[in-house]
Structures are given as structure tokens and as C-alpha cells.
Ligand binder design. Sequence first.
Ligand code: GRF
Length: 196
Amino acid sequence: MVNGKVRVGILISGRGSNMAALIEASRAENYPAEIALVVSNKADAAGLERARAAGVEAIALSVKAFAGRDAFEAAIDAELRKRGVKIVCLAGYLRILGRAFVERWRGRMINIHPSLLPAYKGLHTHERALADGVTEHGCTVHLVTPELDDGEILAQARVPVLPGDDAETLGERVLAEEHRIFPQALAKLARSLAAK
Ligand code: GRF
């Protein structure tokens, strides 16, 4: 811990808007975590440049450069540990993580998922919610376990589904809530780990 802040690594695959929300929140003096490293499994992820522009170290690692998934994830793990990372945030990381990596970070790795879990695990959550005609949708921050989108829920936010919504308008409403609850949930976990 430097400055009394818990060091955090963020894994991304894409645009990184949730990552940006975490970086922004971490700038506050009294925020209990700082972002030490961003790792993308895609070299062209827009989030990499976004992180660097915000002064955060950001690297890309390709699974193709390794013998297999376990070796790839061991390399990610090594990069995180090298920087003293204590909590991992999955922020639009679109690969399923292997059991060894998940076990190593158990209780210290969180994911943001765009649905009110346990409803709509997996992909295309907004499309599925609309197809079902639900009146409420939302997002969830949860601890990562080996089962997909299944760990203990740390935070949830609800949004209404409005007449005329499509996946894009509904997704934007949900995303605004993701950007609010992800930093809150990370702060809560960082405080609880720092207290141990
Ligand atoms: C978000 O909808 C998040 O819930 C899901 O992937 C998307 C990532 O978006 N896990 P961004 O890269 O954070 O903008």
C-alpha cells in the first residue's frame, strides 16, 4: 500500500468506460484504492489509450503469444503482482478466466455485469431483457468465482425499462449506473481488505 491506498489492477478488452470511471474515482484523496495497472487482452482496445492519457500504466498481452490459457493468465498474474496489486477489477474483460487465476484472486476480484444478477448471466443482456418485456433492468458488481457471473453480489443498481427502449438506449441507462456503482463497490472491498 502506498499513500494508504490499496493497489488495483483492471482487466479490459474494449472501450474501457468502466475502467475510466474507476480511474476517475481513484483520484479523490480519500478514495481507498489506486489504479496501478490496466491489462488488455486486445492490443487495439480503446481503453489502453484512455488509461495512458489518464496517466495510468496500460499494457496488452495476447493469448496467442503464450502456450495456452494458463500460461497467458500466469503472465497477467505476474504483471499484477510485480506492481503490488491486491484487487483485480474486470471491466469489460471478455475472456472467461481459468480456475487457477480465479482461485488465486478469490475474494479479491470483482466484475461488473450489465444485468440484475442472477437474471441474465452471460452476453446480450439488454436484448434478452427487452425480449422478455421486463419493466426493470440494471447492473451488478459481484465477486468472481469459477462459475460465470455467479459470485457474491456486492452492489446492484436498478433502472426502468421505458417504452420505446432498444438495446442501445437501455444499455446507456444501465451503463451510467455501472459507472456509479463499480467505484463504490471497489471502495467498499478496498476498505474491508485494508482493515484486515
Ligand atoms: C459493460 O457493459 C460491462 O457491464 C460489461 O462489459 C461492458 C464494458 O464496457 N461487462 P466498458 O469497456 O467498460 O465501456
